[in-house]
Write a protein that binds this ligand. Sequence first.
Ligand code: C5P
Length: 227
Amino acid sequence: MSTGDLCGLRIVVSAGTTYEDMVPVHFLGNRSSGHMGFAMATAAAARGAEVMLIAGPVQLATPEGVMRTDVRSAAQMHAAVFAALPCDIYIGAAAVADYTPAQVSASKSKKSDGPLTLTFVRTRDILAELAVDPRRPRLVVGFAAETDDVEAYARDKLVRKKLDLIAANRVGVPGSGFESEDNALLLIDATGTRALGPAPKTQLAHSLLDEVAAGLKRKFLDADRHG
Ligand code: C5P
């Protein structure tokens, strides 16, 4: 029997990059290492939650006590997240591709001297769809990687995607972001903005879960108050 402040909660965490295939040997990916999402899954399981980790292509071992589904593309991640419902909390830590090639050719194209033009189409926004789904988890948490105006862009995302909490980090600065062991986050919700870190991602994960647990408690209290 597990113990901990998240005992009895089912948490789904997405982590890492996605690969959008263009031709059999080329794909579109990004630099997300998956460390932040894996750290969240590790910390949540250690605190007693039942954790389902939906991982893009990353080089990381499955944390102890965590269930894991591996996916490759944004479409596969979308399907895996929705197949993992219902859950109490969704933490979207994956850097999901916003665009995918309109067509995947079956064979490797032969290069020519001229330029190459490819058409991309939008992927489905997992986080935004989940937040308005009838099976919406009680808490929907997003991440935002921004290069400037971090707080303003992240708050806009919080409202637009109907999230409960968003963790924003500044990419492109040393000691923070995608490939770093450390991170600094701005946590933004309806009650305000808090800064976390810089700290190792493993430590930040626990601080972020403290905020998640507090957010869930507030929701319970609100629900009680409003019948
Ligand atoms: O809009 P942007 O991609 O910056 O938002 C980042 C957040 O949205 C992350 O939490 C990411 O997991 C989520 N996201 C998603 N599905 C997408 C794109 C982003 O769930 N297709």
